[in-house]
Design a protein around this ligand. Structure first.
Ligand SMILES: Cc1cc2nc3c(=O)[nH]c(=O)nc-3n(C[C@H](O)[C@H](O)[C@H](O)COP(=O)(O)O)c2cc1C
Length: 223
C-alpha cells in the first residue's frame, strides 16, 4: 500500500492540543466518535490484551460534574498561573488556553474517558519486578489508542486535547460514572469539531540534538 506521505506527515505534525478552537456549538454524533474509536482500537496493547474500555459522556449534568473535578484538580489555578508568566511567551499561551478549556469543559459536546483494565498499585505488580514495567505495560496499552483516536478526529475535522487534571479525583469520577474499581482512567479527551482546520506544526528541536547513538550523550550524526 502506498501512502500519501505528505498527507500522513501533515496529520502527524499538525494534530495539536486544541482548546480555544473547539466548536462548542456544533454537535458531535456518536457515529463519528465510534468511527474514530474503531480506528483507535487498531493500536497495540501489551500481550494483545485489548483491555481498553471507552466512556463517552454527553449528559450535561455528568459533564458539569466532571468539569468541576477538573477545575478542582488544577483547572481553577491556571488563570493565576498564566498571569505569572510573560505575556506572549509560549508558556503564557499554553496556560491561558488551558484555563479557557478548564472554564468551558462542560460546554464541549463530548468528553471521552479512555479506560484500561488494571491498576497501578504495588499489589498488581505480579510478574513485574518494578513500577516502571507495570506503568509502561498499563498506560502503554491505552495511550497509543488515545493518540490514534486524536489523529482520527483530526483527519475528520474534529479536535481534542489530552488532559489529566480530573485524575486528581479519579475515584470521584469513577463513582459518578459507575466505573468499576479494577479499571484505570487514563485521562479525559474533550471532543468537538474545530473552528477551521488550519493547524500548524509546533516548534520542536531538531531530534538529532536529543537522540544518542549507542551510548547516552553520544551524539548521533545527522548526515
Ligand atoms: C500526559 C499529558 C497530560 C496533559 N494534561 C493536560 C491537561 O490536564 N490540561 C490541558 O489543557 N492540557 C494537557 N495536556 C496537553 C499539553 O499541554 C499539550 O500537549 C502541550 O502544551 C503541547 O501542545 P501541542 O500538543 O499542541 O503540541 C497534556 C498532555 C499530555 C501528553
Amino acid at each position: 500500500m502506498d501512502f500519501d506521505v505528505s498527507q500522513t506527515d501533515a496529520l502527524l505534525s499538525t494534530t495539536r492540543a486544541v482548546r480555544k478552537r473547539l466548536d462548542l456549538d456544533r454537535d458531535v454524533p456518536n457515529e463519528v466518535v465510534l468511527e474514530c474509536l474503531q480506528l483507535a482500537v487498531q493500536a497495540p496493547t501489551g500481550s494483545n490484551q485489548q483491555g481498553w474500555r471507552w466512556m463517552v459522556v454527553r449528559d450535561q449534568e455528568q459533564k458539569r460534574a466532571l468539569a468541576d473535578l477538573y477545575r478542582r484538580g488544577g483547572g481553577d489555578y491556571l488563570d493565576q498561573a498564566a498571569e505569572s508568566t510573560e505575556p506572549g511567551s509560549t508558556m503564557h499561551r499554553v496556560l491561558d488556553s488551558a484555563s479557557y478549556l478548564a472554564q468551558n469543559l462542560e460546554k464541549v459536546p463530548v468528553l471521552v474517558i479512555p479506560l484500561i483494565i488494571g491498576r497501578l498499585d504495588a499489589s498488581s505488580l505480579g510478574g513485574a519486578n518494578n513500577l516502571t514495567t507495570l506503568a509502561a505495560g498499563l498506560l502503554g496499552s491505552i495511550v497509543p489508542a488515545m493518540w490514534s483516536f486524536q489523529l482520527a478526529l483530526r483527519s475528520r475535522g474534529l479536535g481534542s486535547c489530552y488532559t489529566t487534571m480530573h485524575l486528581q479525583f479519579e475515584d470521584e469520577a469513577a463513582e459518578l460514572l459507575g466505573i468499576p474499581p479494577h479499571l484505570t482512567q487514563a485521562g479525559l479527551l474533550p471532543v468537538a469539531y474545530t473552528k477551521g482546520t488550519d493547524f500548524k506544526p509546533a516548534q520542536r528541536p531538531p531530534v538529532s540534538t536529543i537522540t544518542y547513538l549507542d551510548r547516552y550523550k553520544n551524539p548521533i550524526d545527522d548526515a
